[in-house]
Design a protein around this ligand. Sequence first.
Ligand code: G6P
Ligand code: MG
Length: 220
Amino acid sequence: MLKGLLFDLDGVLTNSAKFHLTAWNNLAKELGIKLNQSQLDSLRGISRMDSLNLILKYGDQSDKYSLEEKEKLAAEKNAKFVEQVETMTPKDILPGIPELLAAAKRHNLKIVIASASKNAPKILRRLGIIDEFDGIVDPATLKHGKPDPEIYIKAQKIAGLKANEVISLEDAKAGVEAIKAAGQFAVGIGNQELLKEADYIVPDTSQLNLDEIEAEFNKR
Ligand code: G6P
Ligand code: MG
Protein backbone atom coordinates (compact mmCIF):
# COMPACT_ATOMS: atom_id res chain seq x y z
CA MET A 1 0.00 0.00 0.00
CA LEU A 2 1.23 3.47 -0.88
CA LYS A 3 2.26 5.44 2.23
CA GLY A 4 4.79 7.99 1.06
CA LEU A 5 6.31 10.07 -1.72
CA LEU A 6 10.05 10.76 -1.90
CA PHE A 7 10.96 13.84 -3.93
CA ASP A 8 14.07 14.91 -5.72
CA LEU A 9 14.12 18.74 -5.78
CA ASP A 10 16.04 20.32 -8.67
CA GLY A 11 14.06 19.70 -11.86
CA VAL A 12 11.12 18.14 -9.99
CA LEU A 13 9.71 20.76 -7.59
CA THR A 14 11.26 23.71 -9.40
CA ASN A 15 13.39 24.35 -12.44
CA SER A 16 16.61 25.01 -10.52
CA ALA A 17 18.23 22.22 -12.57
CA LYS A 18 18.67 24.76 -15.36
CA PHE A 19 20.52 27.12 -12.95
CA HIS A 20 22.89 24.29 -11.99
CA LEU A 21 23.57 23.42 -15.63
CA THR A 22 24.12 27.06 -16.66
CA ALA A 23 26.51 27.65 -13.74
CA TRP A 24 28.46 24.47 -14.54
CA ASN A 25 28.55 25.26 -18.25
CA ASN A 26 29.95 28.75 -17.55
CA LEU A 27 32.59 27.38 -15.19
CA ALA A 28 33.56 24.71 -17.75
CA LYS A 29 33.98 27.42 -20.42
CA GLU A 30 36.25 29.39 -18.05
CA LEU A 31 38.37 26.24 -17.72
CA GLY A 32 38.50 25.86 -21.50
CA ILE A 33 36.15 22.85 -21.52
CA LYS A 34 33.29 22.64 -23.99
CA LEU A 35 30.45 20.39 -22.81
CA ASN A 36 27.96 18.80 -25.21
CA GLN A 37 24.28 18.29 -24.30
CA SER A 38 24.66 14.67 -23.21
CA GLN A 39 27.65 15.59 -20.99
CA LEU A 40 25.55 18.40 -19.47
CA ASP A 41 22.62 16.01 -18.93
CA SER A 42 24.93 13.56 -17.16
CA LEU A 43 25.48 16.20 -14.42
CA ARG A 44 21.80 16.15 -13.38
CA GLY A 45 21.38 14.86 -9.83
CA ILE A 46 25.14 14.49 -9.30
CA SER A 47 26.71 16.04 -6.17
CA ARG A 48 28.75 19.24 -6.36
CA MET A 49 32.25 17.70 -6.22
CA ASP A 50 31.26 14.69 -8.37
CA SER A 51 29.94 17.15 -10.99
CA LEU A 52 33.21 19.12 -11.03
CA ASN A 53 35.25 15.91 -11.28
CA LEU A 54 33.12 14.74 -14.22
CA ILE A 55 33.57 18.07 -16.03
CA LEU A 56 37.34 17.92 -15.52
CA LYS A 57 37.31 14.35 -16.84
CA TYR A 58 35.38 15.41 -19.95
CA GLY A 59 38.03 18.10 -20.51
CA ASP A 60 40.96 15.71 -19.93
CA GLN A 61 41.93 17.82 -16.90
CA SER A 62 41.39 15.25 -14.15
CA ASP A 63 44.84 15.77 -12.62
CA LYS A 64 45.21 19.49 -13.27
CA TYR A 65 43.91 20.90 -9.97
CA SER A 66 44.64 20.26 -6.29
CA LEU A 67 41.77 19.47 -3.92
CA GLU A 68 42.01 23.00 -2.56
CA GLU A 69 41.76 24.50 -6.05
CA LYS A 70 38.81 22.25 -6.85
CA GLU A 71 37.06 23.37 -3.67
CA LYS A 72 37.53 26.98 -4.80
CA LEU A 73 36.10 26.22 -8.25
CA ALA A 74 33.11 24.41 -6.73
CA ALA A 75 32.52 27.33 -4.35
CA GLU A 76 32.65 29.74 -7.31
CA LYS A 77 30.01 27.72 -9.13
CA ASN A 78 27.87 27.53 -5.99
CA ALA A 79 28.00 31.31 -5.48
CA LYS A 80 26.64 31.79 -9.02
CA PHE A 81 23.94 29.18 -8.38
CA VAL A 82 22.90 30.78 -5.06
CA GLU A 83 22.58 34.19 -6.80
CA GLN A 84 19.90 32.59 -8.97
CA VAL A 85 18.24 30.87 -6.00
CA GLU A 86 17.88 34.26 -4.26
CA THR A 87 15.61 35.39 -7.12
CA MET A 88 13.21 32.43 -6.69
CA THR A 89 9.67 32.87 -5.36
CA PRO A 90 6.65 30.55 -4.85
CA LYS A 91 5.81 31.29 -8.51
CA ASP A 92 8.78 29.09 -9.44
CA ILE A 93 7.10 25.92 -8.16
CA LEU A 94 6.58 23.77 -11.26
CA PRO A 95 3.03 23.23 -12.62
CA GLY A 96 1.23 20.24 -11.10
CA ILE A 97 3.40 20.16 -7.96
CA PRO A 98 1.01 22.10 -5.64
CA GLU A 99 -1.81 19.75 -6.72
CA LEU A 100 0.39 16.69 -6.15
CA LEU A 101 1.41 17.87 -2.66
CA ALA A 102 -2.25 18.58 -1.82
CA ALA A 103 -3.27 15.11 -3.04
CA ALA A 104 -0.49 13.55 -0.93
CA LYS A 105 -1.84 15.38 2.14
CA ARG A 106 -5.40 14.17 1.41
CA HIS A 107 -4.09 10.59 1.17
CA ASN A 108 -2.11 11.05 4.43
CA LEU A 109 1.15 10.23 2.65
CA LYS A 110 4.51 11.02 4.23
CA ILE A 111 6.57 13.32 1.98
CA VAL A 112 10.36 13.52 2.20
CA ILE A 113 13.04 15.34 0.16
CA ALA A 114 15.85 13.21 -1.33
CA SER A 115 18.01 15.87 -2.96
CA ALA A 116 21.81 15.83 -3.18
CA SER A 117 21.75 19.62 -2.90
CA LYS A 118 23.14 21.33 0.18
CA ASN A 119 20.99 24.26 -0.94
CA ALA A 120 17.73 22.27 -0.66
CA PRO A 121 16.47 23.96 2.57
CA LYS A 122 17.26 27.39 1.13
CA ILE A 123 15.38 26.60 -2.11
CA LEU A 124 12.37 25.13 -0.27
CA ARG A 125 12.22 28.27 1.91
CA ARG A 126 12.29 30.51 -1.18
CA LEU A 127 9.45 28.43 -2.67
CA GLY A 128 7.51 28.74 0.61
CA ILE A 129 6.93 24.97 0.92
CA ILE A 130 9.54 23.83 3.44
CA ASP A 131 6.92 23.17 6.15
CA GLU A 132 4.97 20.80 3.89
CA PHE A 133 7.65 18.10 4.15
CA ASP A 134 8.00 15.52 6.89
CA GLY A 135 11.76 15.47 6.45
CA ILE A 136 14.78 16.31 4.31
CA VAL A 137 17.79 14.01 3.86
CA ASP A 138 20.94 15.90 4.87
CA PRO A 139 23.31 15.25 1.95
CA ALA A 140 26.29 15.96 4.23
CA THR A 141 25.55 12.61 5.93
CA LEU A 142 25.84 10.59 2.69
CA LYS A 143 28.83 8.44 1.76
CA HIS A 144 27.77 7.99 -1.86
CA GLY A 145 25.95 10.17 -4.38
CA LYS A 146 23.26 9.14 -6.87
CA PRO A 147 23.14 6.64 -8.67
CA ASP A 148 23.97 4.93 -5.35
CA PRO A 149 20.66 4.13 -3.56
CA GLU A 150 21.86 5.54 -0.19
CA ILE A 151 19.89 8.81 -0.39
CA TYR A 152 16.59 7.07 -1.26
CA ILE A 153 17.09 4.46 1.45
CA LYS A 154 17.70 7.29 3.96
CA ALA A 155 14.62 9.20 2.78
CA GLN A 156 12.51 6.05 3.13
CA LYS A 157 13.81 5.59 6.69
CA ILE A 158 13.02 9.22 7.58
CA ALA A 159 9.48 8.54 6.34
CA GLY A 160 9.47 5.37 8.49
CA LEU A 161 8.41 3.25 5.50
CA LYS A 162 9.42 0.19 3.48
CA ALA A 163 10.63 0.21 -0.13
CA ASN A 164 7.32 -1.18 -1.40
CA GLU A 165 5.35 1.58 0.35
CA VAL A 166 6.87 4.57 -1.46
CA ILE A 167 6.90 6.24 -4.85
CA SER A 168 9.98 8.33 -5.68
CA LEU A 169 10.14 11.10 -8.26
CA GLU A 170 13.16 12.13 -10.33
CA ASP A 171 14.21 14.10 -13.41
CA ALA A 172 17.73 12.63 -13.56
CA LYS A 173 18.97 9.33 -15.00
CA ALA A 174 21.32 8.91 -12.01
CA GLY A 175 18.34 9.56 -9.72
CA VAL A 176 16.11 6.96 -11.38
CA GLU A 177 18.96 4.45 -11.11
CA ALA A 178 19.29 5.27 -7.39
CA ILE A 179 15.54 4.73 -6.84
CA LYS A 180 15.55 1.39 -8.66
CA ALA A 181 18.66 0.25 -6.75
CA ALA A 182 16.76 1.09 -3.54
CA GLY A 183 13.96 -1.23 -4.73
CA GLN A 184 11.39 1.57 -4.95
CA PHE A 185 8.83 2.57 -7.61
CA ALA A 186 10.35 5.28 -9.82
CA VAL A 187 8.50 8.10 -11.53
CA GLY A 188 10.68 9.76 -14.18
CA ILE A 189 9.93 13.33 -15.22
CA GLY A 190 11.38 14.36 -18.58
CA ASN A 191 12.99 12.61 -21.52
CA GLN A 192 11.56 9.11 -22.05
CA GLU A 193 14.78 7.73 -23.55
CA LEU A 194 17.00 9.16 -20.78
CA LEU A 195 14.71 7.92 -18.00
CA LYS A 196 13.72 4.58 -19.53
CA GLU A 197 14.50 2.60 -16.36
CA ALA A 198 11.65 4.38 -14.52
CA ASP A 199 8.39 2.51 -13.80
CA TYR A 200 6.27 5.44 -14.94
CA ILE A 201 7.37 8.39 -17.08
CA VAL A 202 5.76 11.79 -17.71
CA PRO A 203 7.20 14.47 -20.03
CA ASP A 204 6.77 17.21 -17.42
CA THR A 205 5.36 17.86 -13.95
CA SER A 206 2.00 19.16 -15.24
CA GLN A 207 1.24 15.55 -16.22
CA LEU A 208 1.66 14.17 -12.69
CA ASN A 209 -1.59 12.73 -11.36
CA LEU A 210 -1.44 10.85 -8.07
CA ASP A 211 -4.43 8.58 -8.82
CA GLU A 212 -2.93 7.47 -12.15
CA ILE A 213 0.54 6.90 -10.69
CA GLU A 214 -0.92 5.01 -7.73
CA ALA A 215 -2.93 2.77 -10.09
CA GLU A 216 0.35 1.79 -11.84
CA PHE A 217 2.08 1.35 -8.47
CA ASN A 218 -0.68 -1.01 -7.30
CA LYS A 219 -0.15 -3.26 -10.36
CA ARG A 220 3.40 -4.11 -9.17
C1 G6P B 1 21.13 18.15 -7.06
C2 G6P B 1 21.24 18.70 -8.47
C3 G6P B 1 22.67 18.67 -8.97
C4 G6P B 1 23.59 19.32 -7.98
C5 G6P B 1 23.48 18.63 -6.62
C6 G6P B 1 24.34 19.30 -5.56
O1 G6P B 1 21.25 16.77 -7.10
O2 G6P B 1 20.41 17.97 -9.34
O3 G6P B 1 22.72 19.32 -10.22
O4 G6P B 1 24.94 19.30 -8.41
O5 G6P B 1 22.14 18.69 -6.18
O6 G6P B 1 23.82 20.56 -5.29
P1 G6P B 1 24.52 21.66 -4.43
O7 G6P B 1 23.47 22.75 -4.34
O8 G6P B 1 24.84 21.09 -3.09
O9 G6P B 1 25.74 22.10 -5.16
MG1 MG C 1 16.88 16.58 -10.13
